[in-house]
Design a protein around this ligand. Structure first.
Ligand code: NDP
Length: 331
């Protein structure tokens, strides 16, 4: 496959170029809003083509990876889809649920593959936790607690903490991931949310911390904590059931790290899991979907759903009023 990168971004540089090449794919072109920056990025990463003209670039490849700031995703995705390209788009898909739906509906109408880069559901640890739940190892699920309060590294302390117009804030950045994790692990969508948010040291005009509680159709409760300001909190998730509890520590990460422990009446059991690269798995499953085999790890409707939950959390925090989560359409 020949990939066109849209956005000369950190995530492309640190993870995705390696993931594409690791699957034997070519990265043929990079598009930036400034041609000089695109050329510099291309030179640094050994990419043959570069420029600031998305329309012209689209002829160069088969698939487009969008990792620009969030307010640009919609127009770039629609242009790629109109040119018949398959699209892997970063989360959050867009600045509103309506925009995200428009993107995914356009992809469906054009018959191209559209995926959301929710990498956590590609990790060996999360897949193992889901397997334990589905295998009945903890009985009926009572609750899920997700700890995703991190310290935003200095090189990412830009638009995420200062610019609502670019989609900044911890809720569009991290709550979307937690929403996808909850949906992936429990196989159901949140129905209602209550929430609070705060600016606790980094956010300037946007929230940098949030806590929320979601009710699920099965009766399970989900607690989601995300932040940019917690240097030593560590990440993880716990799933508690009638017959056991799963403790997955250090697993809300970009790398295949962490540990899983299952606790039940039988005692404590360390659970091994695959340590494959999360982003490579996502690219591999995207490529299979393009070949007509299966679906991407997270498709466009998964991205719409995670965004719907995140914006319900933000609205609940803004108003102090419990919000219904209305995930409609082909989810
Ligand atoms: P960056 O800030 O690194 O990049 C976003 C855009 O900012 C780039 O496309 C680029 O615009 C511009 N930019 C970046 N660095 C510079 C610079 N030094 N000087 C001037 N402009 C610059 O963002 P991220 O890579 O952190 O995030 C990009 C997207 O990926 C977001 O949607 C984010 O939510 C998502 N993301 C997803 C992750 C995941 O695991 N799924 C992890 C991290 C991010 P231009 O291209 O126009 O030059």
């Amino acid at each position: 496959m020949r990939w066109i990168l849209v956005g000369a971004s950190t995530i492309a540089a640190e993870h995705m170029i390696g993931a594409f090449r690791g699957q034997g794919h070519a990265v043929v072109h990079v598009v930036s809003t400034t041609a000089a920056r695109a050329a510099e990025f291309a030179a640094t990463h050994g990419i043959a083509g570069s420029g600031d003209d998305l329309t012209a670039a689209l002829a160069a490849g088969d698939a487009v990876y969008i990792s620009s700031t969030n307010e640009k995703h919609r127009a770039q995705a629609l242009a790629a889809i109109a040119a018949g390209k398959h699209v892997l788009c970063e989360k959050p898909l867009a600045m509103s649920v309506a925009e995200a739906r428009e993107m995914v509906e356009a992809a469906d109408a054009a018959g191209v593959v559209f995926a959301t880069n929710h990498h956590l559901r590609c990790s060996g640890s999360h897949r193992k936790v889901r397997e334990l739940i589905e295998g009945g190892r903890i009985g009926r699920v009572l609750s899920l607690r997700i700890f995703h309060a991190v310290h935003l590294p200095p090189h990412l302390q830009g638009w995420r903490i200062t610019d609502p117009g670019a989609g900044g804030g911890v809720i569009p950045d991290i709550t979307v991931h937690n929403a996808d994790v909850a949906r992936f692990l429990l196989g159901e969508d949140p129905q209602e949310v209550v929430a609070q948010m705060a600016a606790s040291g980094l956010g300037q005009g946007v929230e940098d911390s949030a806590m929320s509680i979601w009710s699920m159709p099965s009766g399970a409760m989900v607690f989601s904590h995300e932040s940019f300001t917690h240097p030593f909190a560590g990440s993880g998730l716990e799933v508690h059931g009638t017959e056991g509890s799963i403790f997955a520590r250090g697993v809300m990460t970009q790398r295949p790290l962490g540990e899983i422990e299952l606790v039940s009446a039988a005692g404590r059991e360390a659970i091994p899991f695959s340590e494959h690269n999360l982003y490579s798995m996502g690219v591999a499953e995207f490529a299979s979907a393009v070949e007509g085999k299966g679906r991407p790890a997270a498709d466009g409707w998964d991205g719409v759903a995670s965004l719907t939950v995140a914006f319900a959390v933000r609205e609940a925090a803004r108003t102090g009023v419990k919000q219904a989560v209305k995930i409609g359409g082909a989810v």
